[in-house]
Design a protein around this ligand. Sequence first.
Ligand SMILES: [Fe+2]
Ligand SMILES: [Fe+2]
Length: 138
Amino acid sequence: MAALAWEESIRTGVPEIDRQHQMILERLDFLDQAIREGQGEVVIGQILTDLTEYAREHFRTEERYFEQCGYPKRDSHHQEHDRFIHDIGELYEAFDSGKTVSPDEVYAYLRNWIEQHLWVVDREYLPFLGGSAGARKQ
Ligand SMILES: [Fe+2]
Ligand SMILES: [Fe+2]
C-alpha cells in the first residue's frame, strides 16, 4: 500500500494545523514501518498513546479556529473528532487489558480515518478560514 504522506493539497495555510497534520501522518508512517519490520506489536501501545495525545491537541486547535470563523459545519466536524478519540480509546483499552490488538487492523483503521478526514473533511473548512486570525499566512 502506498504511503500516506503530507502533501500540498492538504495544506491549510495555518502553520500550527499543518504541523499537527504532519505529526499525525508521521505516526502512521512509523506504525507502517514497524509492521514491515515485524515490530508492530512492540510499538502499538506507544502509537495509540501518541495518537490520542496528538489528536486531542490538534482537535482543540481546529475547533478553536472553527469558533473564530463561525464555521457552519463545526458540530458535525466535532462529532468526527469525537468518534476518532472514542475509537482510539477503545483500541487502547483493549490493548491495555491484554487483549490481542492487531497492528494491521489498527493501521487499516487509522489510515482510512486519516485519509477520509485530512483529505476530505478537513478540506471543507479551508474556504472559511480565510478571514480568521493566522489563516492563509504563507
Ligand atoms: Fe485536522
Ligand atoms: Fe478535523
